[in-house]
Design a protein around this ligand. Structure first.
Ligand code: BEZ
Length: 389
């Protein structure tokens, strides 16, 4: 039987090991996995998210809640078929503490499933898939961007107030396009309008001739669209080249003209879109963010950069609450859900489902800017249909 002295020595040894493990963990960097598109039509969006995230970390001296940050990256190519494999490379092989991703709704749904199955904390920094903060919601699932429903729904009353009675929708055939169209239809028809036709092209096709011919023949009062990245550049150029803009105004979720204006040039001038960010907000917070982003990357920030920046802010809020001990998952996640994010877009909180409750701006393209016109809908919360927590 061990003596009292031996028992005391063993207890002290065990306590030392626990302390040493804790200190080693605190000294280890927080491992952040970026699952983003770095190739294909959404490549620029992925880069902007990463830039925004890293800018915030740099502003904190390269640390979050006192912990160094290590980055691991995977290019998901906006390919849903490779979603599970790419997510598991980060989660199972690289053993990241938190995943930041992604842009494409279909890929994001695969990522959210992998994150939930492995109880990994996920911050969605773009993809609007309604399901992620709907039926797929969970305590470890967060979003710093939007649902596809949010900006599209906000365009409904705006378009109806302009006197438009009939609309055709046109988008890529996948979750983001389908959900944006459904959101617009809900807002537009509630306000007295009628969607008369839905047109689609497969993702990521940019052959728009047949849909443009059909729009010209149908002569609706307006067109509502969801396109983003390289596809948005081409659609806006083709719409203008077909001479449609003069008689059938084009509206969209703001991705249509965000981060794309340099390439769209004259074809985008005057377009009205709705989004949770805009140029010309002229708040001290946004001005400081824009100046710092510009200095770091020699680029004007766009909505994707803001979403990445806010993903880092949200992680910081969680880590600060647990003094950097990312092992305290439940406590960290509770703090993240309760956080108010001091975003360049304006401060926002998260809904119970983990999605931003935020102002949606009406913007007008002027030169290289999506100039804010007004707040189209104040503090718009996604209905989070099907989320049970
Ligand atoms: C999406 O797939 O959810 C998405 C992609 C680009 C911009 C906005 C949404």
């Amino acid at each position: 039987m061990p003596s009292t002295t031996q028992r005391a020595a063993r207890l002290a040894g065990a306590a030392f090991l626990v302390l040493a493990a804790h200190q080693a963990q605190a000294a280890d960097p927080v491992k952040v996995g970026f699952m983003l598109p770095y190739s294909g039509t959404y490549a620029a969006l992925g880069t902007a998210i990463e830039n925004g995230f890293k800018l915030y970390v740099q502003q904190q001296g390269g640390k979050l809640a006192g912990r160094e940050v290590e980055y691991v990256k995977v290019d998901d190519e906006s390919n849903p078929a490779k979603g599970p494999e790419n997510a598991n490379r980060l989660i199972k092989r690289d053993k990241v503490d938190v995943v930041i991703g992604t842009v494409h709704s279909g890929v994001a749904m695969a990522l959210a499933k992998a994150a939930k199955d492995s109880d990994t904390t996920l911050i969605v920094a773009n993809a609007g898939a309604d399901a992620i903060t709907g039926p797929m919601c969970g305590p470890g699932i967060f979003r710093t961007s939007f649902t596809n429903w949010q900006p599209a729904y906000a365009m409904g009353p705006v378009a109806a107030a302009k006197g438009h009675k009939t609309a055709i929708t046109v988008t890529w055939k996948y979750a983001a396009g389908d959900e944006a169209v459904a959101g617009f239809r809900e807002g537009f028809e509630k306000s007295g309008g009628k969607v008369v036709k839905d047109l689609t092209v497969p993702f990521p096709n940019v052959e728009f001739q047949s849909v443009l011919t059909e729009i010209a023949a149908s002569k609706p009062d307006m067109v509502f669209t969801f396109f983003a990245g390289g596809g948005a550049v081409k659609f806006v150029q083709d719409y203008a080249a077909a001479g449609l803009g003069k008689n059938i105004p084009l509206y969209g979720s703001g991705f249509l003209t965000d981060g794309t204006l340099q390439a769209q040039g004259a074809s985008a001038q005057g377009l009205l879109t709705t989004l949770h960010y805009a140029d010309g907000l002229n708040t001290p917070r946004d001005n400081a963010f824009r100046a710092d982003y510009n200095k770091a990357y020699k680029l004007a920030p766009d909505v994707y950069a803001v979403q990445g920046y806010d993903a880092a802010q949200l992680l910081q809020a969680g880590l600060a609450a647990v003094q950097g001990d990312i092992g305290k998952k439940a406590e960290m996640r509770r703090a993240m859900r309760a956080a108010t994010i001091d975003s360049p877009r304006g401060p926002f909180t998260l809904s119970a489902a983990g999605n931003p409750v935020q102002d949606i701006y009406l913007r007008k393209v002027e030169g290289l800017e999506n100039k804010v016109v007004e707040v189209a809908v104040k503090q718009l919360a996604d209905p989070a249909r099907g989320c049970k927590l």
